[in-house]
Design a protein around this ligand. Structure first.
Ligand SMILES: C[S@@+](CC[C@H](N)C(=O)[O-])C[C@H]1O[C@@H](n2cnc3c(N)ncnc32)[C@H](O)[C@@H]1O
Length: 309
């Protein structure tokens, strides 16, 4: 099934029966360059607005595959309750949701596809075990250490200035066999900090509309490890849409035709809907681009996917 030719995604069977699920095309954003006479190829991106657990099955059903999946889930923060530090979401539940999603993303990766999972010090070991199980230990590529801030953090004993990017291949042997560059260091000291990410958001919006973003250089580094200049990139926790910016930057630099598919649910954050922030960021990127490209926005109609907590 060709998703874009249909204009809307076909609902999985169970959804068709209860009639409540679906993804409808809502909007299309085009770059000015798309009208140029010499344009031969238009890069087509997508933003799918909805809960990733509900939306990813549509992608699986369409049998499409991705070369790179970047996952930046909300880390399960710890909060003080009744005098003890406890996870915001029950740990088992948080991990089982993530496992479920990683399994689906694994299905969506091409034979030489790569997964990059951003994760903090506390959860890294559990996520590594999940990925080992889903991908197979032999397909572990690296646990990249990333400097996330240059400022010492206020903390009791340790100031955690780093976090990780777990990297797994669908088939590590294929990646090793096709690799034709110097090895990539697993210590990323200069791939942008969270302060750089905030600066990127301020530069585009005038203020800090979202403060959980990753720097685009970091995501760009991940995508570039896939050596395909036409890589299809999936981000199922899109947030402010930094992955869109990373794809744009890489394409500009090497005349690539990489495309992104982003999933972001409607979620209220300081009075703004994050999916709207994402859409506006894509709008800004595409409208300022000299590349011939467009982004189609789809909306899921799942009754309970609107989280306004
Ligand atoms: C850590 S942020 C990602 C930030 C992103 N990398 C960026 O640079 O802006 C995680 C995002 O995932 C979204 N999210 C969490 N659970 C989700 C779900 N089940 N489906 C879709 N989006 C979800 C949150 O709303 C949040 O925007």
């Amino acid at each position: 099934m060709a998703l874009l030719e249909r204009g809307a995604f076909a609902a999985p069977d169970s959804a068709q029966r209860n009639g409540t699920l679906g993804l409808t095309m809502m909007n299309e954003i085009s770059s000015p360059a798309i009208n140029a006479a010499e344009v031969q190829k238009v890069i087509t991106h997508r933003l799918l607005i909805g809960d990733n657990q509900s939306v990813v099955p549509y992608l699986i059903q369409s049998s499409e595959t991705f070369d790179v999946a970047y996952l930046d889930p909300p880390y399960n923060g710890y909060v003080m309750k009744n005098g003890a530090y406890v996870p915001e979401i029950d740990d088992e539940l948080w991990l089982s949701r993530l496992r479920n999603l990683i399994q689906k993303v694994h299905t969506l990766l091409s034979d030489d596809g790569l997964l990059f999972l951003s994760i903090n010090d506390r959860e890294a070991a559990y996520c590594r075990v999940i990925c080992d199980e889903v991908f197979g230990k032999q397909n572990f590529m690296a646990q990249i250490v990333r400097r996330r801030t240059n400022r010492p953090l206020h903390a009791h004993v340790f100031s955690r200035e780093h976090e990780y990017i777990l990297t797994f291949a669908k088939n590590a042997e294929r990646i090793h066999a096709s690799w034709d560059r110097p090895p990539v260091s697993t210590w990323w000291d200069f791939a942008g900090t969270d302060e750089d990410a905030a600066q990127e958001i301020r530069a585009q919006f005038g203020n800090l509309v979202f403060d959980h973003a990753k720097p685009s250089a970091l995501i760009g580094n991940c995508i570039a490890i896939c050596q395909k200049k036409d890589a299809k990139v999936l981000d199922v926790y899109a947030g402010s849409g930094t992955t869109a910016q990373a794809v744009e930057t890489l394409n500009r630099a090497d005349s690539g035709t990489r495309s992104f598919t982003l999933i972001q649910r409607k979620e209220c954050y300081h009075g703004c809907d994050i999916s709207e922030i994402c859409e506006r960021r894509i709008q800004k990127i595409i409208s300022g681009s000299f590349l011939a490209q467009k982004c189609i926005i789809y909306q899921a109609h799942v009754p309970n996917d609107i989280n306004t907590q």
